[in-house]
Design a protein around this ligand. Structure first.
Ligand SMILES: Nc1ncnc2c1ncn2[C@@H]1O[C@H](COP(=O)(O)OP(=O)(O)OP(=O)(O)O)[C@@H](O)[C@H]1O
Length: 233
């Protein structure tokens, strides 16, 4: 087994000056390559905060986080941005595609930032659009795509840089159930065939049922962590 994320005793505290809120309270988290893990819990339990900490989008106030053996808690801001770009893919609830760019350009943009040459970019984009089943819509702008299609483009964008893992914060929250299922099918296939590690937060029981591992947060703490046989069809 290959450890990808090792978070030790991490806390995130808001309102330190008045009444401190432990959004994340002394959490330990160990993620292996190939996981398909759901992070669940009531609203305000800390799911987004935890994803932001392990994704290096936010800083922990206590504890340490290493990704592929590299300690991110000690990195300078510049190094962290660079590390994120190379190692972590993000999918957000609201897709966050750049409206003036086409679907293809949205995916290519990240690779350009990484200095990947044009030939390799074109090849990779082709493959990714095949994997998300949108080869025929590569030149559409986000506004010309459905929510589900935009989220599939967001998954392709997250994978553009061949990240160590993909973090998805409620990726199906704005999708109807057919689109949500379709997105999950694509993520599952990428997980099974390419061993892409996915960690996603969700409120949706149908999405939870499709995970291999379910971690439940309450008040910033992990209260249960179980493996299950996923329902994937
Ligand atoms: N910037 C902030 N300043 C102050 N408190 C914050 C901030 N961000 C989050 N919190 C608090 O931290 C706790 C955890 O929030 P978080 O957004 O991580 O929960 P969540 O489980 O993702 O919720 P939801 O399911 O509603 O998205 C909440 O009590 C929230 O009010």
């Amino acid at each position: 087994m290959e450890t990808i994320i090792d978070a030790h005793n991490i806390s995130k505290i808001y309102n330190k000056e008045s009444i401190p809120v432990y959004a994340i309270n002394q959490v330990h988290l160990h993620i292996e390559k190939g996981e398909f893990t759901a992070l669940v819990g009531p609203s305000g339990s800390g799911k987004t905060t935890l994803l932001n900490l392990i994704g290096g989008l936010d800083r922990a106030d206590e504890g340490s986080i290493s990704i592929n053996g590299e300690e991110i808690t000690q990195m300078s801001s510049g190094d962290l941005i660079d590390f994120r770009l190379k190692n972590i893919g993000f999918v957000f609830q609201s897709y966050n595609l750049i409206p003036v760019l086409t679907a293809k350009e949205n995916v290519e943009f990240i690779m350009q930032l990484q200095g990947i040459n044009e030939k390799d970019r074109i090849e990779r984009v082709k493959l990714l659009f095949k994997q998300i089943g949108l080869e025929d819509k590569m030149d559409y702008r986000p506004s010309q795509l459905s929510g589900g299609q935009q989220q599939r483009v967001a998954v392709a964008r997250a994978l553009a840089s061949r990240p160590q893992f993909v973090l998805a914060d409620e990726p199906t929250a704005n999708l109807d159930s057919a689109s949500a299922n379709n997105l999950l099918d694509i993520m599952w296939k990428l997980n099974q065939e390419e061993h892409i590690t996915f960690i996603f937060s969700t409120h949706d029981q149908r999405v939870i049922d499709r995970a291999k591992r379910v971690i439940t947060l309450v008040d910033g703490r992990i209260v249960s962590d179980t493996n299950q046989v996923p329902i994937n069809h």
